[in-house]
Design a protein around this ligand. Sequence first.
Ligand code: AMP
Ligand code: ZN
Length: 460
Amino acid sequence: MALRLYNSLTRAKDDFEPAAPPKVSLYTCGPTVYNYQHVGNYRTYVFEDVLVRTLKLLGFLPNRVMNITDVGHLTSQGDEGEDKMEVGAAREGKSAWDIAKFYTEAFLSDCKELNLLPADTLCKATDYIPEQIALVQKLEAKGFVYRTADGLYFDTAKLPDYGKLMTKEHLEGLKSGARVEANAEKRHITDFALWKLSPAGTTRQMEWDSPWGKGFPGWHIECSAMAMRFLGETLDIHCGGIDHVPVHHTNEIAQSEGATGKPFAKVWMHAEFLLMNNAKMAKSSGGFVKLSDLKEKGFSPLDYKYHCLTAHYRKQLDFTWESLEGSKTARRRLKDAAAAVAGEAAKPNCAEFSARFKDALSDDLNAPSALAVVWDALKSDLPAGAKKAFLEEADSVLGLDLFAAEAVEAVPAGIVALVEKRVQAKARKDYAEADALRKEIEAAGYKVLDGKDGSKAVKK
Ligand code: AMP
Ligand code: ZN
């Protein structure tokens, strides 16, 4: 089956036809590094990982660029509010540059733990300011730009098909949002900042000279400038989370197509939200879970990755600890199955399952169906060597590290403290207390092992 991908622009599942097969140029919007990413963000990156790995499995040669937003993303979706980097700096009493460095490293370390393939090019917005200025100048020369007291804006009325990625509901949403945070100088509610000027008499931590005065770039311009810098004027695929459709990606299209007169990306792909308590998991709402929170509760980041694979990327997915527990059990069973055949010589005579697995992914990256094929193969009477070959192939896309030896999970600090208290209770011969502590440890899912080298807790 040929690869078919849902394109948010055509609103249909289209046959995928890159401009210069087998090469595929791919741009994926990266994190804003003013805080830790939450597992909702990682749902989008897991989806992109499955995309890249599927392209490879099907014989394509993807070239992926990911940006790091380290300037210009303001606290409102419009062009008001503070730069998120400066907010992070004030919160932690560090410089905006240090904040960016710290959270970029945290992001990359999380990605490693989730076994996400690194992008071929990772580029920071602050490293490409001249490219962004040049793009704004090009737009200015073509008459798309006007100036207000606080910056340069893109005049969306000048682009006949502005907003083609948006639905009617998106536009309504923008209109109601604009009533709340109106900038009186904007000509149209959809106009957006290309360059923000530093207010006179102030010094910002992140600002650059430009032909228009000291300031900093708008959020959207970085992606247009860096995507075109590394991948050319028309990309095969551009991805991000679904929240990027009405503003960020709509405006990337406007800037890029305004400047070049060519389609910016052939295929636009968007991952649906991870929900928590029936709402989008978001940093701003406070109700979010980080990868370190999962580990603290005894989950592997790969349990979460498995959880993401159980839902199609275009369907909303609920995050609950109970469902994560289910994914953890399922991933363990997969690993056990891999361990059972690991010693065999891989014999790739598993064509039927291999074809079904590829078909599932070729149908707009249907990961849950692909997972079901894996379970079917394991239940089948395929010889062990064939099972091993198929599991290896499947894992090249699922990225669950099925054959890797896993480090023993860290025991949460609270459990370690209970074990220590029990050791002390035993030392003072308070066996009732020691017994009560053992029960408490067991109720939390651990058992105590008393050995020559002392006592420790392990997962039951
Ligand atoms: P940000 O760091 O806010 O720029 O977001 C990084 C990526 O995560 C973007 O592609 C967002 O669209 C995506 N994202 C944010 N929240 C969620 C969520 N709850 N579920 C899935 N993706 C999300
Ligand atoms: Zn972007």
